[in-house]
Design a binder for this molecule. Structure first.
Ligand code: GDP
Ligand code: MN
Length: 379
């Protein structure tokens, strides 16, 4: 679960992390009032669960309460990466001299938490990691030992932080690690941590992601859980009662049973494709569910083809085929669909599909190869 910057900042503040003075507003007038109370130049920041708000125009400086009202008018209702801005944070604008990056996340491959520090903060840290990896100092943590002072000094040295920052990041990193551990986070980040003109360090942005499986241990966080945090297609899929997870590839995957769908993702990946989603239509799915599943997968405009992998137990092949034919006739489908049907009434299902635009496959692997070939041609 993601929470908003202002919510994360409230929590960081409780852990002693200095943050700019400010409050959240839901209307332009509220933003003006807050700016009035602050009495200095403020920054008005869109509160949405995504980064890159600055680039999207979701962060604006305002010298007066009137300017803050105008900025809030522009930002509230803005669409940032498919998320509509409903709140803005109005806080004292920082006098930024330098921007640094501090983050802790779970490194699954290493089975450890990893701390990262960079003198190139403010920008997209994934870009720094990809293009200038030497600028990102990293350290894996032993959970039994936690984060020690000597490790913090090493990180500051490796990241080539200037002395004032090297000296100051210790308290920030310790608080960050404490928040990360206390809240069962998968990510806790301060980007940017800024050095002001008068030599102060302050967290200008704050972000953390909690492990959903640990939410039962943090009942007080339930208030932060909003439909807004979900990907819009995932939210729509869940409304339609589907078990759907969006991924970042271009091949839509639909199957019955979580194990089969996960295997299908792996096989498509192994054949060189990139799955766009996980979608399990479950056992015994009727034609209407099949149609809805196809429609949902196609909400993702990256999808260049769909691989349907059905192992019929209680799910009947002829029902699936009917659903697919209904989908073909009622939806305007522009992408290739490969179908592998096996098990209960598979023969009847395949007979129904004969003569349609669907491409049959005898096995999962053949299906994966076919959809990868078909979508590659489409690119
Ligand atoms: P993100 O892009 O969504 O991660 O939003 P951030 O809160 O990290 O802000 C992005 C950038 O906006 C920062 O790196 C700064 O360059 C700029 N910015 C944010 N807050 C302030 C501020 O108070 N004053 C000034 N001058 N710039 C700011
Ligand atoms: Mn940021």
């Amino acid at each position: 679960m993601k929470i908003h910057e202002y919510q994360a900042k409230e929590i960081f503040a409780k852990y002693g992390v200095p943050i700019p003075e400010g409050r959240v507003a839901r209307t332009p007038d509220e933003a003006a009032t807050i700016a009035q109370e602050i009495g200095k130049t403020v920054v008005v920041k869109a509160q949405v669960h995504t980064g890159g708000r600055g680039k999207a125009g979701g962060i604006k400086l305002a010298k007066t309460p009137d300017e803050a009202r105008d900025a809030a008018t522009q930002i509230l209702g803005m669409d940032i990466k498919g998320l509509i801005v409903q709140e803005v944070l109005v806080e004292v604008a920082a006098d930024i001299k330098e921007e640094y990056y501090l983050g802790i996340t779970t490194d699954r491959a290493a089975r450890r938490n990893i701390v990262m520090v960079s003198a190139s903060g403010g920008m997209d840290i994934e870009e720094v990691a990809a293009n200038e990896p030497e600028k990102l100092a990293k350290l894996h943590l032993d959970p039994a030992i936690g984060l020690q002072d000597f490790q913090i000094r090493n990180l500051a040295y490796d990241a080539k932080l200037p002395p004032v920052a090297a000296k100051g990041i210790g308290s920030f990193l310790k608080a960050l690690y404490k928040v990360y551990a206390d809240y069962d986070c998968t990510l806790a980040e301060i980007n940017p941590l800024i050095l002001t003109g008068d030599g102060q360090l302050i967290a200008a942005d704050a972000k953390f992601d909690m492990d959903d499986n640990a939410l039962f241990r943090h009942k007080e966080m339930a208030v932060f859980q909003e439909a807004q945090e979900e990907d819009p297609i995932e939210a729509e899929a869940h409304k339609r009662g589907l078990t759907y997870v969006r991924l970042d590839g271009d091949i839509g995957i639909i199957g019955n049973g979580a194990g089969l769908v996960m295997t299908t993702l792996d096989v498509v990946q192994r054949e060189g494709g990139r799955p766009a989603n996980f979608l399990d239509i479950g056992g015994g799915a009727k034609a209407e569910v099949v149609r809805t599943a196809v429609d949902t997968v196609l909400l993702d405009k990256n999808v260049k083809g769909i691989f349907f992998n059905i192992f019929g137990g209680i799910t009947r092949g002829d029902e699936v085929a009917k659903g697919l034919l209904e989908a073909m006739s009622s939806l305007n489908i522009q992408v290739p669909i490969v179908v592998r049907l096996t098990g209960t009434r598979a023969a009847e299902g395949l007979a129904l599909l004969e003569g349609s635009a669907l491409t049959p496959a005898a096995t999962m692997q053949e299906g994966a190869q076919k959809i990868v070939a078909l979508t590659r041609n489409a690119a």
